[in-house]
Design a protein around this ligand. Structure first.
Ligand SMILES: Nc1ncnc2c1ncn2[C@@H]1O[C@H](COP(=O)(O)OP(=O)(O)OP(=O)(O)O)[C@@H](O)[C@H]1O
Ligand SMILES: [Mg+2]
Length: 249
Protein backbone atom coordinates (compact mmCIF):
# COMPACT_ATOMS: atom_id res chain seq x y z
CA UNK A 1 0.00 0.00 0.00
CA UNK A 2 1.37 3.41 -0.99
CA UNK A 3 1.53 6.01 1.77
CA UNK A 4 1.18 9.78 1.94
CA UNK A 5 3.63 10.99 4.57
CA UNK A 6 2.62 13.96 6.67
CA UNK A 7 6.24 14.74 7.47
CA UNK A 8 5.07 15.93 10.91
CA UNK A 9 7.83 14.88 13.33
CA UNK A 10 6.74 11.86 15.35
CA UNK A 11 3.45 11.34 13.53
CA UNK A 12 3.94 9.05 10.53
CA UNK A 13 5.19 6.11 12.56
CA UNK A 14 1.85 6.13 14.40
CA UNK A 15 0.11 5.23 11.14
CA UNK A 16 2.70 2.79 9.82
CA UNK A 17 4.47 5.31 7.60
CA UNK A 18 1.71 7.69 6.51
CA UNK A 19 -1.92 7.96 5.43
CA UNK A 20 -2.90 5.38 2.80
CA UNK A 21 -2.85 7.15 -0.58
CA UNK A 22 -6.29 8.37 -1.57
CA UNK A 23 -7.76 8.07 1.91
CA UNK A 24 -10.13 10.56 3.52
CA UNK A 25 -9.02 11.53 7.03
CA UNK A 26 -11.10 13.36 9.60
CA UNK A 27 -9.08 15.60 11.92
CA UNK A 28 -11.37 16.40 14.80
CA UNK A 29 -11.15 18.34 18.01
CA UNK A 30 -12.56 21.13 20.12
CA UNK A 31 -11.58 24.77 19.39
CA UNK A 32 -7.87 25.61 19.52
CA UNK A 33 -6.61 22.02 19.48
CA UNK A 34 -4.29 22.79 16.50
CA UNK A 35 -6.40 21.08 13.83
CA UNK A 36 -5.61 23.78 11.28
CA UNK A 37 -1.93 23.75 12.19
CA UNK A 38 -1.72 19.97 11.75
CA UNK A 39 -3.45 20.23 8.39
CA UNK A 40 -1.38 23.16 7.15
CA UNK A 41 1.81 21.32 8.09
CA UNK A 42 0.53 18.30 6.12
CA UNK A 43 -0.06 20.56 3.08
CA UNK A 44 3.15 22.52 3.40
CA UNK A 45 5.28 19.40 3.81
CA UNK A 46 3.52 17.77 0.87
CA UNK A 47 4.56 20.63 -1.38
CA UNK A 48 7.95 21.39 0.11
CA UNK A 49 9.33 18.00 1.12
CA UNK A 50 7.52 15.56 -1.15
CA UNK A 51 6.98 17.71 -4.26
CA UNK A 52 3.24 16.99 -4.31
CA UNK A 53 0.74 19.68 -5.24
CA UNK A 54 -1.40 20.48 -2.20
CA UNK A 55 -4.64 22.40 -1.95
CA UNK A 56 -5.82 24.03 1.28
CA UNK A 57 -9.35 25.42 1.36
CA UNK A 58 -10.42 27.50 4.31
CA UNK A 59 -13.93 28.69 5.00
CA UNK A 60 -12.74 30.34 8.18
CA UNK A 61 -9.48 32.22 7.66
CA UNK A 62 -8.32 34.75 5.08
CA UNK A 63 -5.40 33.94 2.82
CA UNK A 64 -3.32 36.63 4.48
CA UNK A 65 -4.07 35.22 7.90
CA UNK A 66 -2.98 31.73 6.84
CA UNK A 67 0.21 33.01 5.18
CA UNK A 68 1.13 35.04 8.28
CA UNK A 69 0.41 32.20 10.69
CA UNK A 70 2.57 29.84 8.63
CA UNK A 71 5.45 32.37 8.69
CA UNK A 72 5.65 32.00 12.47
CA UNK A 73 6.86 28.46 11.88
CA UNK A 74 9.24 29.37 9.06
CA UNK A 75 6.90 28.11 6.36
CA UNK A 76 6.97 30.51 3.42
CA UNK A 77 3.79 29.66 1.61
CA UNK A 78 4.11 32.39 -1.06
CA UNK A 79 7.10 30.66 -2.68
CA UNK A 80 5.17 27.42 -3.04
CA UNK A 81 2.06 29.24 -4.25
CA UNK A 82 4.13 31.04 -6.91
CA UNK A 83 5.54 27.69 -8.09
CA UNK A 84 2.02 26.25 -8.32
CA UNK A 85 2.88 23.60 -5.73
CA UNK A 86 0.46 24.96 -3.14
CA UNK A 87 -3.05 26.20 -3.84
CA UNK A 88 -4.48 28.28 -1.02
CA UNK A 89 -8.15 29.24 -1.21
CA UNK A 90 -10.15 31.26 1.24
CA UNK A 91 -13.88 31.05 0.58
CA UNK A 92 -16.17 33.21 2.74
CA UNK A 93 -19.28 31.31 3.82
CA UNK A 94 -21.53 33.80 2.01
CA UNK A 95 -19.84 32.80 -1.27
CA UNK A 96 -20.61 29.10 -0.89
CA UNK A 97 -23.06 27.90 -3.52
CA UNK A 98 -24.10 24.75 -5.34
CA UNK A 99 -20.97 24.92 -7.53
CA UNK A 100 -18.37 25.35 -4.77
CA UNK A 101 -17.52 21.70 -4.25
CA UNK A 102 -17.56 20.89 -7.98
CA UNK A 103 -15.16 23.78 -8.59
CA UNK A 104 -12.80 22.45 -5.92
CA UNK A 105 -12.89 18.97 -7.46
CA UNK A 106 -12.39 20.36 -10.97
CA UNK A 107 -9.39 22.44 -9.96
CA UNK A 108 -7.90 19.48 -8.08
CA UNK A 109 -8.19 17.35 -11.22
CA UNK A 110 -6.77 20.01 -13.54
CA UNK A 111 -3.81 20.78 -11.32
CA UNK A 112 -3.11 17.14 -10.45
CA UNK A 113 -3.51 17.81 -6.74
CA UNK A 114 -2.34 15.01 -4.45
CA UNK A 115 -3.44 16.44 -1.06
CA UNK A 116 -6.56 18.41 -0.15
CA UNK A 117 -7.53 19.99 3.15
CA UNK A 118 -11.04 21.29 3.83
CA UNK A 119 -11.02 23.64 6.84
CA UNK A 120 -13.58 22.98 8.01
CA UNK A 121 -16.06 20.34 6.96
CA UNK A 122 -18.28 21.64 9.76
CA UNK A 123 -18.46 25.15 8.32
CA UNK A 124 -18.78 23.97 4.72
CA UNK A 125 -21.50 21.45 5.49
CA UNK A 126 -23.60 23.89 7.48
CA UNK A 127 -23.76 26.19 4.49
CA UNK A 128 -23.65 23.95 1.44
CA UNK A 129 -26.54 21.44 1.70
CA UNK A 130 -29.17 24.10 1.24
CA UNK A 131 -27.94 24.84 -2.27
CA UNK A 132 -27.77 21.19 -3.20
CA UNK A 133 -31.30 20.69 -2.04
CA UNK A 134 -32.58 23.47 -4.19
CA UNK A 135 -30.55 22.93 -7.30
CA UNK A 136 -29.37 19.49 -7.72
CA UNK A 137 -28.74 15.94 -7.11
CA UNK A 138 -30.24 14.97 -3.85
CA UNK A 139 -33.89 15.53 -4.41
CA UNK A 140 -33.81 14.84 -8.11
CA UNK A 141 -31.81 11.67 -7.60
CA UNK A 142 -34.24 10.47 -5.05
CA UNK A 143 -37.27 11.18 -7.14
CA UNK A 144 -36.05 9.63 -10.37
CA UNK A 145 -34.81 6.49 -8.67
CA UNK A 146 -37.27 3.65 -8.38
CA UNK A 147 -37.07 3.61 -4.66
CA UNK A 148 -39.64 2.79 -2.06
CA UNK A 149 -37.59 4.71 0.45
CA UNK A 150 -38.97 8.16 0.87
CA UNK A 151 -37.42 9.96 3.81
CA UNK A 152 -38.66 13.28 5.12
CA UNK A 153 -36.53 16.08 3.66
CA UNK A 154 -35.30 17.49 6.92
CA UNK A 155 -32.25 19.62 7.53
CA UNK A 156 -30.52 16.63 9.12
CA UNK A 157 -31.28 14.45 6.11
CA UNK A 158 -29.86 17.04 3.69
CA UNK A 159 -26.71 17.45 5.76
CA UNK A 160 -26.08 13.71 5.87
CA UNK A 161 -26.71 13.34 2.15
CA UNK A 162 -24.23 16.13 1.50
CA UNK A 163 -21.57 14.45 3.63
CA UNK A 164 -22.05 11.09 1.86
CA UNK A 165 -21.82 12.86 -1.47
CA UNK A 166 -18.71 14.86 -0.55
CA UNK A 167 -16.73 12.01 1.00
CA UNK A 168 -17.76 9.62 -1.78
CA UNK A 169 -16.57 12.06 -4.41
CA UNK A 170 -13.23 12.68 -2.66
CA UNK A 171 -12.61 8.93 -2.47
CA UNK A 172 -13.25 8.58 -6.20
CA UNK A 173 -10.90 11.46 -6.89
CA UNK A 174 -8.06 9.47 -5.33
CA UNK A 175 -6.57 12.47 -3.54
CA UNK A 176 -5.46 12.09 0.08
CA UNK A 177 -7.79 14.42 1.96
CA UNK A 178 -8.06 15.92 5.41
CA UNK A 179 -11.49 17.11 6.52
CA UNK A 180 -11.42 19.21 9.67
CA UNK A 181 -14.25 18.50 12.05
CA UNK A 182 -15.10 20.89 14.87
CA UNK A 183 -16.65 19.32 17.92
CA UNK A 184 -17.99 20.76 21.15
CA UNK A 185 -16.56 19.86 24.54
CA UNK A 186 -19.60 17.84 25.52
CA UNK A 187 -20.22 16.13 22.20
CA UNK A 188 -20.29 12.36 22.13
CA UNK A 189 -19.88 12.46 18.33
CA UNK A 190 -16.71 13.26 16.39
CA UNK A 191 -18.49 15.53 13.92
CA UNK A 192 -21.53 17.77 13.86
CA UNK A 193 -23.09 15.72 11.10
CA UNK A 194 -22.53 12.46 13.07
CA UNK A 195 -21.84 10.42 9.91
CA UNK A 196 -18.43 11.59 8.64
CA UNK A 197 -16.66 9.63 11.37
CA UNK A 198 -18.12 6.44 9.90
CA UNK A 199 -17.57 7.45 6.27
CA UNK A 200 -13.95 8.54 6.61
CA UNK A 201 -11.04 6.10 6.32
CA UNK A 202 -9.18 7.53 9.27
CA UNK A 203 -9.71 9.75 12.29
CA UNK A 204 -7.15 11.83 14.14
CA UNK A 205 -8.53 13.22 17.37
CA UNK A 206 -6.84 16.24 18.93
CA UNK A 207 -7.17 17.31 22.56
CA UNK A 208 -6.42 20.34 24.71
CA UNK A 209 -7.23 19.30 28.23
CA UNK A 210 -6.32 20.06 31.75
CA UNK A 211 -4.44 17.40 33.64
CA UNK A 212 -3.59 18.19 37.22
CA UNK A 213 -4.39 21.87 36.75
CA UNK A 214 -2.21 22.32 33.66
CA UNK A 215 -3.46 22.35 30.10
CA UNK A 216 -1.71 20.21 27.57
CA UNK A 217 -2.18 19.15 23.97
CA UNK A 218 -2.36 15.59 22.76
CA UNK A 219 -3.39 13.46 19.80
CA UNK A 220 -4.87 10.02 19.19
CA UNK A 221 -5.18 7.98 16.01
CA UNK A 222 -8.82 7.03 16.57
CA UNK A 223 -9.11 4.88 13.44
CA UNK A 224 -7.11 4.11 10.30
CA UNK A 225 -8.57 1.57 7.91
CA UNK A 226 -6.12 -1.01 6.52
CA UNK A 227 -3.41 0.07 8.95
CA UNK A 228 -2.21 -1.30 12.25
CA UNK A 229 -2.23 2.05 13.96
CA UNK A 230 -0.83 3.16 17.27
CA UNK A 231 -3.45 3.32 20.04
CA UNK A 232 -1.87 5.65 22.60
CA UNK A 233 -2.60 9.28 23.33
CA UNK A 234 0.54 11.24 22.42
CA UNK A 235 1.69 14.61 23.74
CA UNK A 236 1.68 17.34 21.09
CA UNK A 237 4.10 20.25 21.21
CA UNK A 238 3.80 23.44 19.18
CA UNK A 239 7.47 24.16 18.49
CA UNK A 240 9.00 27.05 16.56
CA UNK A 241 8.96 24.80 13.46
CA UNK A 242 5.42 23.51 13.88
CA UNK A 243 3.85 20.50 15.55
CA UNK A 244 5.94 17.75 17.06
CA UNK A 245 4.27 14.54 18.25
CA UNK A 246 6.07 12.96 21.17
CA UNK A 247 6.27 9.39 22.39
CA UNK A 248 4.47 8.68 25.64
CA UNK A 249 6.81 8.52 28.56
N1 LIG B 1 3.32 30.38 16.99
C1 LIG B 1 2.67 29.69 17.92
N2 LIG B 1 3.33 29.19 18.96
C2 LIG B 1 2.72 28.48 19.92
N3 LIG B 1 1.40 28.20 19.90
C3 LIG B 1 0.69 28.66 18.88
C4 LIG B 1 1.27 29.42 17.83
N4 LIG B 1 0.31 29.71 16.94
C5 LIG B 1 -0.82 29.16 17.41
N5 LIG B 1 -0.60 28.54 18.57
C6 LIG B 1 -1.58 27.81 19.38
O1 LIG B 1 -2.37 27.03 18.49
C7 LIG B 1 -3.75 27.27 18.69
C8 LIG B 1 -4.50 27.40 17.40
O2 LIG B 1 -4.19 26.37 16.55
P1 LIG B 1 -5.17 26.10 15.36
O3 LIG B 1 -5.63 27.38 14.77
O4 LIG B 1 -4.49 25.13 14.48
O5 LIG B 1 -6.36 25.40 16.15
P2 LIG B 1 -7.73 24.87 15.58
O6 LIG B 1 -7.97 23.57 16.25
O7 LIG B 1 -7.72 24.91 14.11
O8 LIG B 1 -8.71 25.95 16.17
P3 LIG B 1 -10.19 26.38 15.66
O9 LIG B 1 -11.09 25.31 16.12
O10 LIG B 1 -10.41 27.67 16.36
O11 LIG B 1 -10.11 26.52 14.18
C9 LIG B 1 -3.84 28.61 19.36
O12 LIG B 1 -4.94 28.62 20.21
C10 LIG B 1 -2.53 28.73 20.11
O13 LIG B 1 -2.69 28.22 21.40
MG1 LIG C 1 -8.85 25.96 12.71
Amino acid sequence: MKKTKTGIPGFDKLVDGGFPNGSVILVCGTPGTAKSLFSMQFSYNGSKMYDETSMYISFEQSKEDMVNQAKQFGWHLEELIAKGKLILRSIPVEDINHLTFEQIVQEAKEKKVKRIVIDSLSTFSINAPVYYAIYDLFLRDMITQDSVFSPPITEEFLLKRFIYYLIGKLKKLGVTSILISEIGNDSSFLSRDTVSEFMSDGIIQMFFESMGGQYSRSLLVRKMRHVKNDEDIHPVEISSKGLVIHDIK
